[in-house]
Ligand binder design. Sequence first.
Ligand code: SER
Length: 343
Amino acid sequence: MTREPIVLITGANGEVGHGLIKYLSQQAHVPEIVAFDLKPLDEALRPLVKRYLVGDILDNALLESLHQDYEIDTIYHLAALLSTSAEKFPELAHNVNVQGTVQLLHMAMREGKSRQKAVKFIYPSSIAVYGLPDLQTKAQAGAVAENDYLFPTTMYGCNKLYTEHLGRYYTNHYQQLSDMPSVGLDFRCLRFPGLISAFTVPSGGTSDYAPEMIHAAAKGEAYTCFVREDTAIPFMAMPDGIQALIQLAEAPRETLNSQVYNVTGFSATAAEIATLVQAEFPNAQISYEASAGRQGIVDTWAADVDDSRARKDWHWRPAYDIQRTFADYLFPNIRERYTETML
Ligand code: SER
C-alpha cells in the first residue's frame, strides 16, 4: 500500500494550530494535513484538513499507526501544557511536554529511517527557557541571546529547554557509536515570545495577561491584570508566529547553523499595552493586582530577546511591529469578532 504524504500537526486545536492550519491548507505545495489533538478539531477547521484524530500524544500505539498509515513529511509539534498549567500539574506537564515529545521524536526517526529522508520536526519553544535572577539583571541584560541565562524557574521552561537539547541530540548525535548513525530527523526549533491572536484567547500561559487585556476591552469587560504595569516581555502577533514557523520549516538545511532560534516581534510593558488598548477602547477598565506567583515567573523572563541568528540564517523579519500589530491586525479583527458575536 502506498502511504500518502502528509503534514502532521499536534495540538492542532490550540492558538498556533488554528493559524497554521488556515495558512498551510492554502498552500498548493504543502501535503495535506492530519490534525491531532486531545479534543475534536474545531468544526470550522475540519474542511481544511485531510483527517483529524482525537488522542493523547502519550499513546504510542496511535503514533505508530500514523507512521504506518502515512508518509510523514513534516511534523509541527504544538501540543504542550503552557507555563501556568504546568506549575499546577508539574508531573503531568513533564509527561506531556517531555515524554510526549520523546515519543513523537522516536516516531519521526522511524519514519525518516523507513523513507531514507529526514523528517522535519518543527518545534515551538519559549522565552520560558530563560531565567534571569532578579529585576536589576533583567533591566540591564538587554536583548538576551540563545545561550544566555538558561536557568528556567518553571516546569514548562525546564521541559522546553530539555526537549530542545533532545531534538539537537537526536538529529546530530543519536547512535553515534554505531557504524551507521541515524539520519531520520531534522529538528528545528523556535523560541517564541508571548503570542497574541485576534481570533483566539490563550489558556494556561503566563504571558496571557496581554491578550486577555485586549480581548476583555473589546468585549466591554473590566480586566484586572495579574502583573505590575512595568512588567516587560517580548511579544509577537500571531501572523508573524505562523510565518516564523513556515520560514524555518522551508529554510534550506545547509543555511541553518543552529537548531534553536530566538524570534520576536516587539517588547512592551503591560502599561504600554494598556495605553494602546485604552486609546482604542476609551471605556476599557484596566487595573493591576500582581499575583505573587505569576508575577515572579514573568520577572524571570527576558524583557527582550536577540533574534539576529534567525535574521542572519533564514532572513527572519517580523512584519508586525507594535503599532501595526494593534492598528492593522488586532483592533480591526477583534472588533469584527465581538461585534459579530454580540449581534
Ligand atoms: N506563552 C507562554 C506561556 O505563557 C510562554 O511561551 O506559558
